[in-house]
Design a protein around this ligand. Structure first.
Ligand SMILES: Cc1cc2nc3c(=O)[nH]c(=O)nc-3n(C[C@H](O)[C@H](O)[C@H](O)COP(=O)(O)OP(=O)(O)OC[C@H]3O[C@@H](n4cnc5c(N)ncnc54)[C@H](O)[C@@H]3O)c2cc1C
Length: 425
């Protein structure tokens, strides 16, 4: 497995947004490319909450990695778990053996951050992978089935109480989507449940929801969520969750203040991400969040042939104090620059420099409800919602799936259909 090919060998770790963008740039060039991922598909994470809330099916939010490269015989794929990287030996350690490289692009994304709480890690439901979204879908459907036959009032109340922790886009989109599933669909079908017993909470650590949005859009988001019967609480520190009771308190509360409690069987954890564990042993410069520090050519500092792109990398533009956010457009731009610079280097050309300009941010809150902000332009309601749908459809890979996604969105808009309601776990 460590034998070197005649052409320079580029190994890309991770077939996500950044990794696939880099590989597409290297397709049909005079290099051998190997993508390594433990999944054989790329996930379009912005639509995962729609799988979790039964709007879309799992196959509609992924694209098989090999299908991207049907007409690029220089790009190959290895299904493997990456265990570590030895930059000095130019080797990647995987459960399928060691893989040597000439140039390495690390695009391993991120994993949920439970901030050291074992109880939260063991008992909450993260929303990060395709499997997570299927897990949440099954869990929500199961607790409703259980609630429909539960005669003990306290147990039924806990089954019908849902908490999202993290008031960024994932928490807002997830709680808004769940509210529609419950009140627009389940309420017509679960005839033995009293829906006044249902509670949906969104709890965040920041002083507001969607902190990257201007204040008036944040207020609008809270207004829409409250209309959807989602109770929003900000500036809260969640301390633990044992599977029955979630405990939390305001950041401003004295140390010995009693904790607030919510009895619930469902906590969706969307409170932050951190780099994946297999990067722990990699001896490169990292920021406080353990992301790999890169310069504007996407090189890991001090390494000539190691690049990092996407969520696992940390690039702080000279005019900013904070690194670029962990967002898909950033991952795309960084994957592009990393691959371009490998080609430039091989051809003896000057390197490219990342010049990322945010085109804006948006979040969907529910049917016909979204918020978007791009420089001085702000939008909300139906217009922002339509823009969100189109932009996500155009960015997502897979023509066939996109046709069925369009149909499903259309029928959901008209009739509130959520037919993907399968309990699979
Ligand atoms: C629920 C959700 C909603 C989001 N919504 C938005 C949005 O609306 N707009 C937006 O801009 N961004 C959004 N994001 C963020 C965006 O999806 C990420 O910033 C983007 O996917 C990062 O791309 P990446 O290539 O760095 O990582 P990823 O796309 O996560 O790819 C990483 C790849 O590495 C692989 N991998 C990881 N560890 C290993 C290992 N040990 N062995 C083998 N393979 C491994 C994974 O399988 C994966 O394929 C969302 C994220 C989530 C979770």
């Amino acid at each position: 497995m460590t034998e070197k090919a005649a052409k320079p060998r580029i190994v890309i770790l991770g077939g996500g947004i950044a990794g696939i963008r880099a590989a597409r740039k290297l397709a049909n060039e005079a290099v051998d490319v190997l993508i390594i991922d433990h999944n054989n598909y790329q996930v379009f994470q912005p639509l995962l909450y729609q799988v979790a809330t039964s709007m879309l099916s799992a196959d509609e939010v992924i694209y098989p990695i090999r299908s991207f490269f049907r007409s690029a015989s220089n790009v190959n794929f290895l299904l493997a778990e990456i265990e570590g990287i030895d930059a000095a030996a130019q080797t990647v350690r995987t459960d399928q053996g060691d893989i040597g490289y000439d140039h390495l692009i690390i695009a391993l994304g991120s994993t949920p951050n439970f901030f050291g709480s074992k109880s939260i890690e063991e008992n909450s439901l993260p929303l990060k992978t395709l499997v997570d979204s299927i897990e949440i879908r099954s869990h929500v459907l199961k607790v409703f089935e259980e609630a429909s036959r539960e005669t003990d009032a306290a147990k039924r109340k806990a089954l019908l109480t849902f908490v999202f922790v993290g008031a960024g886009p994932i928490g807002v989109e997830g709680s808004g989507g769940l509210s529609e599933l419950i009140y627009d669909v389940f309420q017509k079908e679960y005839h033995t449940i009293d829906f006044s017993e249902v509670e949906i909470h969104l709890i965040g650590a920041d002083p507001g929801v969607l902190m990257m949005m201007p204040e008036k859009l944040r207020d609008e988001t809270v207004r829409v969520l409250e209309k959807k019967k989602v109770a929003v609480q900000c500036s809260m520190m969640v301390t633990d969750y044992d599977g029955e009771t979630l405990r939390y308190k305001p950041f401003s509360a004295p140390k010995d203040a009693p904790l607030q409690e919510i009895k619930t069987r469902t906590v969706v954890w969307a409170a932050g991400v951190r780099p994946v564990d297999c990067l722990d042993g990699l001896d490169v410069q990292k920021d406080r969040g353990r992301r790999i520090i890169v310069d504007d050519t996407m090189h890991a500092i001090g390494f000539e042939n190691v690049y990092a792109a996407g969520d696992c990398s940390s690039f702080t533009p000279p005019e900013d104090e904070r690194p670029l956010p962990t967002l898909a457009p950033v991952a795309l731009a960084e994957g592009d620059v990393a691959a371009a610079n490998i080609l430039h280097k091989l051809k003896g050309e000057p390197l490219e420099h990342l010049d990322y300009k945010s085109k804006g941010v948006m979040a969907i809150i529910g049917n016909s409800e979204a918020v978007m902000s791009a420089g001085p332009l702000v939008g909300r309601g139906f217009l922002a919602w339509s823009a969100w749908l189109w932009i996500h459809l155009l960015t997502k890979a897979g023509f066939h799936a996109n046709v069925s996604v369009t149909f499903k969105w259309f029928f959901n808009y008209l009739f509130g259909t959520r037919l993907g309601r399968m309990i699979t776990r």
